[in-house]
Write a protein that binds this ligand. Sequence first.
Ligand code: HEM
Ligand code: SF4
Ligand code: SF4
Length: 355
Amino acid sequence: MQTELIQEARRQAEICNACRYCEGYCSVFPSLHSERAFSNGDITQLANLCHNCRGCYYACQYTAPHEFDLNLPKALAEVRRDSWESFAWPQPLARRFHTDGGAIAIALVVGFALLFWAARAIGSSGGDGFYAVLSHNAMVAIFAPAFLLPLISVGLSLKRYWTEVSGKPIQFSDVTAALKRVGQMQDLAAGHGDGCNFEDEDRFSQARRHIHQSIMYGFLLCFASTSVATIMHYGLGMHAPYGFWSLPKLFGISGGLLLTVGCGAMAFLKQKSDRELGDPSAWGGEFGFILLLGFVGLSGLVLYALGSTSFMPALLAIHLGSVLTFFLLTPYTKMAHGFYRLAALIRDAQRKRLS
Ligand code: HEM
Ligand code: SF4
Ligand code: SF4
């Protein structure tokens, strides 16, 4: 990991430890105050706990032009991105995608082209609906490894993270405590529950929190749609296409709407926000991730709306291309945050349990 980023975050954390003004703001400060000296692992854990709500920046009396030049949200955002890049496997891929949003777009286009080609070349096995364009077996052959390989990569990365932050054996209660915080995204509401200061200086707002929930639950509904369809196909012998009132369709359409609208709103908030309170070098990569995720949702909805027209084969190839790109890039894009942040919350639950 880049030592100058860690050193800068350590310098700031030491000032906060003496000051203690932001004690009740978020989970970072109780964790910070429980240490007297900060190892690299401590700083990495604090960075992944920070939700970039920016409250501490606006409350701080030591920001520039004060000589202490405090900007804790930025210092932690930079360490956070650097930790994801350093722990990623295979490592050389990671640096490109966090800092280079263009690379994400190019990968997306290549994904479209390959899938388009594959859809035509592999052909169908005489199935109905989408399977008339690309057979069920061909879809499984493409998507099963595209789903499993990134998960293996993320698993290896998280193992490195866990060692770095001195994680202990995980108990069930650690996981439930962390999931409860994710479920309500409590940390984006700040310690007092009024919301965060992300989009408009020291004005509190719940917008980012609610938008995040729309995206996260939208994504989970889309994932549930595919999982239920797989169970129906293999477990119950019920083959697609499914009707409107079936679970795969209901989950998929509602999830696609939440995902698309949420990503549009998130992109709007993000372009209004102050880049200097996050990680400016990763701005392009982060924006690319939001657009890619939104495009997955939007292309799915368009495919649903126009699925019975002659546009269907092209729309199917585009949608599957974006999904494939999204899955394959998961370990190297901002998508990694979901896994690391869950790990950080589990580690924080352990700290509380053991203190
Ligand atoms: C363990 C669960 C998760 C946690 C704790 C979490 C937490 C966060 C936090 C704290 C932020 C704002 C700070 C930052 O920019 O890093 C954020 C941003 C975001 N999250 Fe999540 N998240 C989770 C899962 C997800 C999932 C499953 C999705 C959708 C697939 C998602 C999509 C996003 C998006 C699009 C952003 C905005 C990125 C940006 O502004 O650059 N998150 N998340
Ligand atoms: S961010 Fe500023 S005000 Fe808050 S604890 Fe740190 S030094 Fe004190
Ligand atoms: S930006 Fe928000 S979450 Fe991060 S340390 Fe400051 S108050 Fe805590």
